[in-house]
Design a protein. Structure first.
Length: 241
């Protein structure tokens, strides 16, 4: 590969990584008896740096905390609660991304890029409801949260589930919601009202991943915006085996 091709390839990789930082989602899923952190767009299951997991929290049916550790593997992460949780949430910090004058995206803060065109710091959050009748704990660790207004595991496929989107703990209007992030990640199913609420039709027998993303202005000198993705996942209690 000559120098021109190498430079072009590096530019494409940087742009791809910046796009992933903003567009990729995160949720948790049980696989082979383990609770895995899944990172990707749609059905993709991409590798990621497990050091980016900034926190994980688990609670029982009554909202009491269950200790949970993060097993950081080579290119992904696995969660290890000491007992079966009823509710599980995770946070991931994707770091700073800044667009340089030549339009390349660099994985650094804006102060390190003279003449920067754009910048942001990007976060991913997930909330999984795992057991029917579970009491939701305080979700202050999730700066963007999709909160079900009733037990999602009691909702049958084809029925509507009302949710409320919170940004920094406050209802957020005009946030677009994806009803089925895994199978149709680009289809907007609803937009939140002034109370941050919207109704989503439950799509799947089995795993459902509802998603939302938004940006807010940032006071961080290294980022013009704070970008956030969040998911609400649950396995339909009425699914067929």
């Amino acid at each position: 590969m000559n120098k021109h091709h190498a430079k072009y390839a590096m530019t494409l990789i940087a742009a791809l990584m910046a796009g992933q930082a903003a567009a990729h989602g995160m949720w948790t899923e049980e696989r082979r008896g383990n609770i895995e952190v899944i990172y990707g767009h749609g059905a993709e299951d991409n590798a990621f740096d497990p050091k980016k997991i900034s926190g994980a929290w688990a609670t029982d049916r009554h909202g009491s905390r269950i200790p949970v550790t993060v097993e950081r593997l080579e290119n992904h992460a696995r969660l290890k609660p000491i007992e079966s949780p009823a509710v599980l949430s995770v946070a991931l910090d994707n770091g700073y991304w800044t667009q340089a004058p030549d339009k390349q995206w660099l994985n650094v803060g804006e102060s390190k890029v003279p003449g920067a065109l754009d910048s942001g710091r990007y976060y991913k959050y997930s909330l999984a409801v795992l057991h029917e009748g579970a009491e939701l704990p305080a979700l202050d660790k999730l700066k963007l949260a999709i909160v079900p207004q009733r037990d999602p595991l009691s909702v049958e496929v084809g029925e509507a589930l009302e949710v409320q989107v919170l940004v920094d703990g406050k209802p957020a209007a005009d946030v677009e919601l994806i009803a089925d992030h895994v199978n149709n990640p680009d289809e907007v199913a609803a937009t939140t009202n002034k109370q941050g609420k919207a109704k989503i039709t439950v799509r799947n027998h089995g795993l459902n991943v509802i998603a939302a993303s938004t940006t807010v202005p940032s006071e961080d000198p290294d980022a013009r915006v704070r970008g956030m993705f969040s998911s609400l996942s649950f396995v339909s209690a009425k699914h067929e085996h």
